[in-house]
Design a protein around this ligand. Structure first.
Ligand code: ZN
Length: 528
């Protein structure tokens, strides 16, 4: 038996439907690169037909191809009464330049007649013609069979006729979608097995939602019945209660079912990937999240502690090291000396020298993490921290003080702007002292403009840096407005982007710290 199961990530498309999560273009590009590095096979980028951000995503992807993964553009079959070759949606999919296209089509008879309001025959034509058209254009085609499990329960002959139409038209993978998330594992296993019997030579995949709490179990059941591709999202994010957690599926398949997805070496990055994507989405991985949560392998001290030391396997379902987690509550990427040295080397910073006290740096990082810093996505701040520790960093400027005033002009009438901010900074650049005032709609924008105004004279290259994303997170929400605030900023120049972080009880101070790191690291990059 071929043990390979292909992984298909839908975080950037279905995952982004999750309430409370929005991803900027730059976030999506960074997540795609991280998932590529992790060994995900297919990365669904979005709908190139509907959304300018997604169109830009595919354009950027075609300019900067991934190393392993293939990018997937998502859309639907041609519309009723329209030939595939005349369909604007299909044209947009091809226009995206993505090597793989996924098209969703209906397979539940009642959906066809009632929601789509067309005939069962016309729906078969739409499926068959759309798949054939995209295949003829040289794309790898995934057919997403919408509502397949409900459709099969209602009318198995018609549901099968739909996937047969896609298969005969040349679909590379027919992915059965458990769209409403209500099916249970024994049903999924039975139905996937029936499709596998009907279409023995067709590669099958599965796409599940977690409404019955069974998305991961349903995906595993589908694999047992013959599916060789699993769709899901990182940490299971998605609309309503979410999608299949692709990371949990990968760990289960690799560690418990003898199937291969990313391989044992990459599997050790599982926890980091989980936390990286959560940070990009500005959420936390729940402590009790399978495999990757901070408590996933943590034991309450006392009762079991000595027993665990004697017979670890009795208290752990899997080895925490196999997924890059730890029995203690450390989930940082920088959990050990060796990984810090390695991470630093990847940023061009050498910590391997005898005289470098790596343990002291690590202790400093851990102390900072304990008060709220997170370096998972703040590579710029981490690099500055390391260089400062090595005594190899001369800051480009130093702050004497800053002050921000926020004025509300709404009383001036509907035509007037709302709140406006004004920031005054006093800083030293070399021997010179500068006082500058900047304006912005928000306090951070005002500080940013004041800082750039001063630096433009000595460092004209700051003009090439753009603040492209700003995220704020309250770390202890029970404290309300007194909570510790973590600000993460993403800045870009012509060569790429970097993240920086600031932490304070005061949101403006946290923002200022992240902003200063972003400019300092940007200048450092440009000097290299
Ligand atoms: Zn879905």
């Amino acid at each position: 038996m071929n043990t390979r199961v292909y992984t298909y990530d839908s975080t950037l498309r279905d995952g982004e439907q999750c309430e409370g999560i929005t991803l900027s273009l730059e976030d999506k590009l960074r997540i795609a690169r991280r998932l590529d590095d992790f060994g995900i096979d297919y990365i669904e980028g979005g709908f190139p037909a509907s959304n300018p951000k997604d169109i830009a995503f595919f354009k950027r992807m075609s300019e900067m191809p991934l190393a392993h993964a293939q990018v997937v553009a998502f859309g639907s079959t041609c519309r009723k009464g329209v030939a595939a070759a005349e369909d604007q949606g299909l044209a947009d999919l091809l226009e995206s330049g993505a090597p793989v296209v996924a098209i969703v089509g209906k397979t539940w008879d009642a959906q066809v007649t009632r929601a789509l309001q067309t005939t069962l025959e016309e729906n078969l034509r739409m499926i068959s013609e759309s798949v054939a058209y995209l295949k003829a254009a040289g794309r790898r085609v995934v057919f997403d069979a919408e509502h397949f499990f409900d459709g099969y329960k209602a009318n198995p002959e018609y549901a099968l006729a739909c996937v047969r139409a896609a298969s005969e038209a040349g679909a590379d993978s027919v992915d059965l979608c458990e769209t409403n998330g209500g099916a249970l594992p024994f049903e999924v296993e039975e139905i996937v097995a029936a499709v596998a019997r009907e279409l023995p030579d067709q590669a099958l995949g599965v796409h599940c939602h977690n409404d019955s709490g069974c998305a991961v179990a349903n995906a595993l059941a589908a694999v047992r019945a013959g599916a060789t591709q699993v769709q899901g999202t990182v940490n299971g994010i998605g609309e309503r209660v979410g999608n299949t957690d692709l990371l949990t599926v990968i760990a289960d398949l690799e560690l418990k079912m003898g199937r291969e997805c990313v391989g044992p070496e990459k599997l050790r990055e599982l926890t980091r990937v989980s936390h990286y994507v959560a940070e990009m989405c500005n959420v936390s991985v729940p402590g009790n999240h399978p495999y990757t949560g901070a408590s996933a392998f943590a034991h309450k001290g006392g009762l079991h502690a000595s027993a665990i030391a004697r017979f670890r396997e009795a208290y752990e379902h899997a080895s925490p090291a196999s997924v890059g987690n730890d029995t203690r509550m450390i989930v940082s990427e920088l959990a050990g000396k060796a990984s810090l040295v390695q991470k630093a080397a990847a940023m061009g910073i050498d910590l391997s020298d005898e005289g470098v006290d790596v343990q002291a740096i690590l202790d400093d990082i851990k102390a900072r993490e304990a008060v709220g810093y997170s370096y998972e996505v703040a590579d710029g701040s981490l690099a500055l921290l390391l260089l400062r520790a090595l005594g190899k960093y001369e800051p480009a400027f130093s702050l004497e003080s800053f002050r921000v005033i926020v004025d509300d002009f709404t009383y001036m009438g509907a035509a007037a702007q709302g709140a406006m901010s004004e920031a005054t900074i006093k800083i030293h650049v070399g021997e010179k002292r500068f006082v500058a005032t900047g304006e912005g709609t928000g306090p951070v924008g005002a500080l940013d403009s004041a800082l750039r105004m001063v630096l433009a004279e000595s460092y004209p290259e700051v003009a090439g840096m753009e603040l492209i994303d700003y995220k704020v997170r309250l770390l202890d929400e029970s404290q309300g407005t007194d909570a510790i605030t973590r600000v993460t900023i993403t800045t870009a120049d012509a060569r790429g982007s970097w993240g920086t972080v600031g932490v304070s009880e005061n949101v403006i101070e946290a923002s200022w710290n992240a902003l200063v790191d972003s400019i300092e690291y940007g200048l450092l990059r440009m000097a290299e």
